[in-house]
Each structure stands twice: as structure tokens, then as C-alpha cells.
Write a protein that binds this ligand. Structure first.
Ligand code: IFM
Length: 463
């Protein structure tokens, strides 16, 4: 691959790499960290492939110096990490556990020392178990506790962290966690999941206020809006897409960027969406202005009409909306089974701006691919499929910018192979391979490709 293959970006566009606390840190009981819902979930038989847990993960908690050196070698402008709430408040409320915050203090200092801007995500799914025991995101109290926790983190790191992300993919927390049950806490509910979605948004808005009160500069949220495509042009499939738009996209985007709740929710959920979890004034909290919206994108989703999986409205979950997802088989798929369709990324971004004219600037907060990596006899990982994925998806972002979308930066998912939730350690997204027996790090070809692309961009855009 030559420099001609590198996608082009405007001057000032930034590049980064992303990770998340539970997926890499390990040290699950170090320095007073309390249990999170993922610690509990992983210990329930049959929940996570091979019974894997995040107890050790990549041991980043003890090896962060080595990982920051890898980031420096990559030449990224910014590193997106997440703060583990149970390190800061082991019981989910009360004063900060200083030893837990010390870790992020050291990490931030080290990043700044090598010229990398820290970008902190406040919630990437590791809710303190004590809060789940009191109802978790189903109850409003968790939103209030989230704002309190945010205040503790920004008070300690706000003098050095400029970019803040409140929530990562609230869709997954609310629906994969409380309706599909494939993520912690493993619930399969209807109204409970819709209440969780709402309280996540309220928590986000309250956290934005806490960040602003502390003088934070750049504040956003990381969503995973879906590019939904009907399987056929049949009116029934088009209506299925309409319902899926409510579930996947409008639940988040409408209150955040259009000051309303989704218009189609009654048709999507019926009485389950009774709105009883909403209070007057919530839309104003949720709609606090943001400096950017983070977009996590991996693949498009093809939608078909389908009968209810559960005919009984009393036990039906919030994802059972007479709609099913099918996987395309006319394109390559990653080891997640996800179709590789880069042009969908451009369509998603241009469509977002068209539908939400007040959308703030976009930052791509995640994009990457899980591949069947092999260590060669000479000890290298020649992950050409991942390189092609990154090249084509970065080109898709570049095309969206050419089409008028204000995209400011891109974080690759992920710096390291890590704990891929219900798939445990069996799916590898990293630019750097982690040997889970020795915890040794090994940069892959994709690491070198991304490094060269960033360097090329700098040369081309530095006057
Ligand atoms: O690993 C996850 C990440 O935690 C959230 N976004 C999607 C990634 C890949 O599945």
C-alpha cells in the first residue's frame, strides 16, 4: 500500500485511539475498586464466552506506561479512555476513593508528557453493582448519582482533560443490557428498558451541567446510530425500518438534538412506552448544548418485518418490535459477523446532518474491525483485512466531509485487543495484539499503517 492510498483530511483534523476501562484495565479489586455489574455478570455461568472475565484483561492498570508509549509510537493526537465509576465510588455514591482517581491522574499526566490529549469517557458500561442493586438505570436516582460522580472526576482531572464524553453507546446499556440481556445486568424487560433509556439521557444532561459548572471545554456523548436498510421495498419492511429507527436512533437523537421524544414510539412499543418515567423539564436537561456528537460506526443493519417473538405484551421485551435484523452475505464480514460496507458510513453521516440540522460537529469516537489475526512464523501479525477496513472507512469519513459534514476527528477502536464483552477474549479489535498468557503487546501491520497515515496527514497539512 502506498501513500496514494491514504485518505485525505483537512488541516486540524485529529486522529486518536480508543479503549474502555473494563475492557483493558484488569486489577478488578485494586486500590479499593468496588464491583461493577460486569464483574457480577461475568461470574454468572453461560453469560460470557469461555467464562472469561475482566479481572485481568490487558492489565493496563499496571502496564499503562507501556500502553502510553505505544500510543506515542502511533503518533496519535488524542487518546480516548474511560473512567471506571467503581474505582471512583466503589459503592456508587459518597466521597471519592482517592486511590481510584490517582490512577487516572497518573495516566493523564503521562499522556500529556508525551504530547497526547486525553479524552475521558465517564460511562462505558461498568455501573457500580451497588447502584444496580437499587434499580440501576431503571430508576432516576442513578442519573443523579451519575452527575455526582461526574463532578468528582472533573474536579480531579478537569485542569488537564479538555475533551469529555458522558456516555458511550447508551443504546447498548438500555437495550442490550436491559432488554436483550446479552450485556450486564442481563435483564429482559419492556418498560424497564425504556425507563433505562430515558434515565441515561437525563443522567447525560445532568453530567453535562456538572462538567460545564466545572468549566469543561469540550463536551459530547458517544452514540452508535445505526444505518438501517430495508431488506426489500415491501411496505411491511419499510414500516419495520420505521420502528427500528425509533428503537436504534430516534430514542437518543430526537431528545438530544430536536427537543422532542420520538413521534413513532406508540406505534413501536404501544403501552410499554407510557412515559411515566418522564418528568417536566427533562427535555431541557437532556438537550443541554453539546460541543460535539460522537459517532461509533461499524456496519449497517438490514431490517425485515417479523411477527412478535413474544405474543404476550406483559412479558415482551423492548427490542421485540415486530422487526428482525438479517445479515447481508454479499459482502465480506468481520469475525463479529458484521458486513463490511464503508459507503454506509458516508450515508449515515450525511443523513444525520440532513435529519438533525442543529447537530453539533461530529467526532468519530469508534470505528474498527475484529479479524482472525494470526501470528506468523516470524512473529508478526499481517492483518491486511483490518488495514483495508480502516483505509476504506477513513475514506468514507473523508467523503462525508467532502459532502459537507463537519467531522473533526477520528478514534480507531481499539488500541489493544481486549475483553469484547459477551465474546470475552475471542474477538480481537486491536492495532496491538495482546497475548493473554504473557500479556505481551505486539503491534500489528494495522498499527504501522495507521501511524504512517497520521504522519502523512501531518506532512501534507503542515504549512
Ligand atoms: O468493544 C465495543 C466497545 O466497547 C463499544 N463499541 C463497540 C465495540 C466493538 O463491539
Amino acid at each position: 500500500m502506498t501513500a496514494d492510498d491514504f485518505p485525505r483530511f483537512p488541516e486540524g483534523f485529529f486522529f486518536g485511539a480508543a479503549t474502555a476501562s473494563y475492557q483493558i484495565e484488569g486489577a478488578h479489586d485494586a486500590d479499593g475498586r468496588g464491583p461493577s455489574i460486569w464483574d457480577t455478570y461475568c461470574r454468572e455461568p453461560g453469560r460470557v464466552l469461555n467464562g472469561d472475565t475482566g479481572d485481568v484483561a490487558c492489565d493496563h492498570y499496571h502496564r499503562y506506561l507501556e500502553d502510553v508509549a505505544l500510543l506515542a509510537g502511533l503518533g496519535v493526537d488524542s487518546y480516548r479512555f474511560s473512567v471506571a465509576w467503581p474505582r471512583v465510588q466503589p459503592e456508587g455514591s459518597g466521597p471519592a476513593n482517592a486511590a481510584g482517581l490517582d490512577f487516572y491522574d497518573r495516566l493523564v499526566d503521562e499522556l500529556l508528557a508525551v504530547g497526547i490529549a486525553p479524552a475521558a469517557t465517564l460511562y462505558h458500561w461498568d455501573l457500580p453493582q451497588a447502584l444496580e442493586d437499587r434499580g440501576g438505570w431503571r430508576v432516576r436516582e442513578t442519573a443523579e448519582r451519575f452527575a455526582e460522580y461526574t463532578g468528582l472526576v472533573v474536579a480531579r482531572l478537569g485542569d488537564r482533560v479538555d475533551r469529555w464524553i458522558t456516555l458511550n453507546e447508551p443504546f447498548c446499556t438500555a437495550f442490550v443490557g436491559y432488554a436483550i440481556g446479552r450485556h450486564a445486568p442481563g435483564a429482559r424487560e419492556g418498560r424497564g428498558a425504556l425507563a433505562a433509556a430515558h434515565h441515561l439521557l437525563v443522567g447525560h444532561g445532568l453530567a453535562v451541567r456538572a462538567l460545564r459548572a466545572a468549566g469543561a471545554d469540550e463536551v459530547g456523548i458517544a452514540l452508535n446510530p445505526d444505518r438501517l436498510v430495508p431488506a426489500t421495498a415491501a411496505p411491511t419492511d419499510l414500516m419495520a425500518v420505521r420502528r427500528a429507527e425509533t428503537l436504534h436512533n430516534e430514542v437518543w437523537l430526537d431528545p438530544l438534538f430536536a427537543g422532542r421524544y420520538p413521534a413513532f414510539e406508540a406505534q413501536t412499543w404501544g403501552e410499554m412506552a407510557d412515559g411515566s418515567y418522564r418528568e417536566d423539564g427533562d427535555l431541557a436537561i437532556i438537550g443541554e448544548p453539546l460541543d460535539f456528537v460522537g459517532v461509533n460506526y461499524y456496519r449497517p443493519t438490514t431490517i425485515v418485518d417479523a411477527p412478535y417473538a413474544d405474543p404476550d405484551p406483559a412479558t415482551r421485551t423492548a427490542v421485540d418490535i415486530r422487526t428482525a435484523e438479517t445479515m447481508r452475505d454479499d459482502v465480506r464480514r468481520t469475525t463479529m459477523g458484521w458486513p463490511v460496507v464503508p459507503e454506509s458510513f458516508t450515508e449515515l453521516l450525511t443523513d444525520l446532518v440532513r435529519r438533525y440540522p442543529t447537530l453539533p460537529p461530529v467526532v468519530i469516537t469508534e470505528n474498527g474491525s475484529a479479524e482472525a489475526d494470526v501470528v506468523s512464523q516470524s512473529g508478526q501479525v499481517h492483518d491486511s483485512d483490518r488495514v483495508a477496513y480502516l483505509r476504506d472507512h477513513l475514506a468514507a469519513v473523508s467523503a462525508a466531509i467532502d459532502a459537507g459534514v463537519d467531522v473533526r476527528g477520528y478514534y480507531v477502536w481499539s488500541l489493544l485487543d481486549n475483553f469484547e464483552w459477551a465474546f470475552g477474549y475471542e474477538r480481537r479489535f486491536g492495532l496491538v495484539r495482546v497475548d493473554y498468557d504473557t500479556l505481551q503487546r505486539l503491534p500489528k501491520d494495522s498499527y504501522r499503517w495507521y501511524r504512517d497515515m497520521i504522519e502523512h496527514h501531518r506532512k501534507e497539512t503542515t504549512p
